[in-house]
Design a protein around this ligand. Sequence first.
Ligand SMILES: [Zn+2]
Length: 204
Amino acid sequence: MYYPDTIQKLIESFSKLPGIGPKSAERLALHVATKMKEEDALSFAKGLISVKRDLMHCSVCGNLTDKNPCSICRDSHRDRSVIAVVEEIKDLIAMEKMREYRGLYHVLNGVISPMNGIGPQDINIPSLLERLKNEEVKEIILATNTTIEGESTALYIAKLLENTDIKVTRIARGLPVGGGLEYADEVTLLKALEGRREIINNNK
Ligand SMILES: [Zn+2]
């Protein structure tokens, strides 16, 4: 090894981040070691510890939060009769950035994926069903991604909600096929939300 152990460890840590190759990891570690102010480095370290220790999943919707329930679930100005079901927290963030959607969320934290051995029980589907028993929900917007797994997860949830009095809608196509909500620009996402179609009409 060319570097002292402390720097070597830091290089290894940086290289575990997405999009950071060995060269970048080396550059970042050297920057921290030689250029970064001590107070900035300490604040960075504290931030890393804090996001792992102080953050939890909201017990209602699965969002990441430092207060349980999360600020969205606690917000009395939001429309509690509508729940958008999304795959990941980053999808919730993408929808929040639109500043148009005023309902609640349910974060699945994954998708059903038989190939990867992930079934309905392995993601937040049971907690969604539990929630629907206790809350007055009129509409579920299935806002999973437009990948095959996202579509089949949406279909699976829609089937579960057949013969309930909840309207089940799916965000419209127009989103890039195979893509995640996070990659859609805000206008496209808003159009997809506005153009959502009913896939189960429980009120007929
Ligand atoms: Zn929540």
